[in-house]
Design a protein around this ligand. Structure first.
Ligand code: DHB
Ligand code: MG
Length: 219
């Protein structure tokens, strides 16, 4: 079946170039054991985010949507010794699991979790220095709110990535008015005429189906 094909493909690509990693395996198992939804980025996608952050020499990273901290760990590992990552999480339970996973990965000194509605956290942020990189992977209906704040908080030339912009290929079907699909469409409609970023979407496929990243550079 298609599911088996893509599960095998993910198993292959998540392990062929990327060595087994105790801290990431712990994070995934501990998240599952605590009943968190299995919707974190794949290992290969996590590594992609890590390489991207390193490519731009990111020293300050902002994440919206921590879940169990799987992408957080990949991103925090891209930071130099004096680098910092702030990650926003609504759920106290998710934040607690993520805190343990991040500590287990030896990254507690670089990562701060802001617990509460991300829109409130972001709107109050007045960082002394702008962020280099923002990863948005939270509740999809608020994508545009998060993106507008990310634009304010990221430096010129900085990168904003938004997860889950293909959603099984259903975004173009305007007859489906699901709130998550609408959250993606609303962001894309806004970006069509936005002069403050240049952006593209790139589709991905794996065991969780067809999805994608939005990649935006702040002008
Ligand atoms: C969902 C959310 C995500 O961030 C993701 O990567 C996959 C699925 C969801 O809400 O279904
Ligand atoms: Mg996601």
């Amino acid at each position: 079946s298609q599911e088996e094909l893509w599960a095998r493909s993910d198993q292959y690509h998540n392990s062929f170039l990327i060595p087994a990693d105790e801290a990431l395996e712990y994070a995934r198992k501990n998240s599952n054991a605590n009943g968190l939804p299995e919707i974190a980025v794949s290992t290969a996608q996590g590594k992609f985010l890590n390489l991207l952050a390193r490519s731009i020499g990111a020293k300050r990273i902002l994440e919206v949507g921590t879940l169990g901290g799987f992408s957080t760990i990949w991103l925090a590992r891209a930071l130099p010794a004096d680098g910092e990552l702030l990650t926003c999480e609504l759920s106290e339970k998710h934040a607690e699991v993520a805190r343990a996973n991040i500590a287990h990965a030896g990254l507690a000194n670089k990562v701060q979790i802001a617990r509460g509605p991300a829109a409130d956290t972001l709107k109050k942020l007045r960082p002394a220095q702008p962020y280099d990189f923002v990863f948005i992977d939270a509740d999809k209906p608020n994508n545009l709110t998060y993106f507008i704040e990310a634009k304010r908080l990221v430096k010129k030339g900085g990168v904003i990535i938004v997860d889950n912009v293909a959603r099984k290929g259903l975004v173009p079907d305007e007859t489906l008015n699901d709130a998550n699909l609408e959250g993606v469409r609303k962001l894309l409609r806004y970006l069509k005429d936005d002069k403050e970023v240049d952006a593209t979407t790139i589709s991905t496929v794996g065991e969780k189906g067809y999805d994608g990243f939005l990649y935006a550079v702040r002008l």
